[in-house]
Design a protein around this ligand. Sequence first.
Ligand SMILES: [Zn+2]
Length: 595
Amino acid sequence: MYPQHVLEEVRLENDIVDVISEYLPLKQKGTSYFGLCPFHNEKTPSFSVSSEKQFYYCFGCGAAGNVFTFVMQMENDTFPEAVQRLADRVHITLPTPQYTAEARLRQEQKQRLFQMHKEAGRFYYKKLHEPVGAEARAYLQKRQMKENIQKKFGIGYAPKDRQALYRHLQQSGFSQQELLQSGLITEKKDGKDYFDRFRNRLMFPILDIQGQVIGFGGRILSQGEPKYLNSPETLLFHKSRNLYGLNFAKNTKTREMILVEGYMDMISLYQAGFRNAVASLGTAFNQEHAKVLKKYADSVIVLYDSDDAGIMAAQRAIGVLKETGFHIKVLQVPDGKDPDEFIRQNGAEAFSALLANAVHYIRFQIQCLKKKYDLNEMSQKVAFTTQAAEILAGVENDIEKAVYAQEISHITGIAQNAIESETKKIQQKQENTFYESAEQKRQKSFQQQHSQKMTASKGILQAQRDILFLCASNVRIYEKMKEVFFAEDFLEPVYQRVYEKIAFLYEKSGTVFPGELINYFQLPQEQKLVAEIFAVVLEHTGLKDMEKALNEEIKRVKMAKLDRLAAEAKSIEQIQQLLTEKRKADSLYITITDG
Ligand SMILES: [Zn+2]
């Protein structure tokens, strides 16, 4: 998209230590900087940043990469977005991007789909206000949705007529192929008939963060299944990434969001003046959602239905939010009502009071746990308390912990200090296993990489990485290597390209910077493979040791490659030739220790 020299300029102007420091505090230790990893939950720093390599690596979760991949992960950006963001940061003006023909085509298709969705939204909105929309209007009235709110959210109606939208969009100039691509029109199995996906439904346009229509949700008006139907996954719509209402909620000043289950809940909160609500769309709240939300909020109030399904969904959402580092509270509407119902019956003020009483998620989890046990039974009481202590072990604040321990003691009659000491025990155990020091993690990751138990295929992958790591770190090793080891000897196509790029970079500048090397790879899965090369911790005691290890690895990779070729060989001659090469490979030895 951008020429390589432009990418390099942007990368070099954005020192990785400076950029990462803007997101999290880093402390210098020797040549590296350490901090708490932003990509997994941890209490002791295992996230390292190397200024020299312009590279980061986490010993806890394995996240690794250069300044672009860091920004991509933190901001949930695509590669071009990350380039733009970092170029802006240092006031570099990017040239007009050069799209490939394929990318340009995709962009055009997306533009057409945006236009079509806008047109479909208009169509549904118009139908709602025609005689055919009477039932839908009556429903909205019953739900007390005000007209200005209906308009703001673009609520519409999809008629019963099975080709109403189909005909309209066709007349508006959209091709058959485009119609099918949008998911708004479905093809009959025989391919001879087309019909509207949404029929006799109240329609909720789903907007992206910029406010463009990217899909629809439809609630059925008569009896029938499913009650709620969403657009399928398309070029525009990804339900695991989109949060309904975020285009409005992002404008609130608070860094707190209310997470609800459905469109109606979100809209009725909005109507009642709570502008910071979002809903996950026809899918469980997941890691992707949490990442998107993290841009706009630090704390979340989970407000799901209080039936069993709602409670389970809330528990799940809490788990996801905890992983992403949110401050979490839970609110349950009394008497099993959903939030929309409660507001309709009791008004905004009553809801506001309810909201103020949202409980810390720990209290919610203890409440849920309590329901599972009969506390009149001694053995169940003990089991409950033990499990509750497990939950308490996750609370950081000692005062909070004491408050909850007191509550549990009150419920069970078991002494508070017994609960607290049990909690402490669990916590210590957890700390010992999960929160090792960075040094321990580093050693462990080294041991894992080199343990005997490692499967053969993983061993080959690691051997290829070790070879590339040594080649990239030392030009003399590379000079020796290139005599006997060639790009096609690698089994992974990405590593073949890495080897070629190493050659290119030595030729160009005499050194290989990992941060620069990774820049030649723009697909996330490729970037990961390249990053992993530099995540190795090679702890050879001396040059002679390193030489021995390197030679073993060269041999192993060559043999594995020749075995693979032999398995695919088509003639006896070919196999014989491969056998000769295997013998050659077996007697191969390069020295890197001479002066
Ligand atoms: Zn990590």
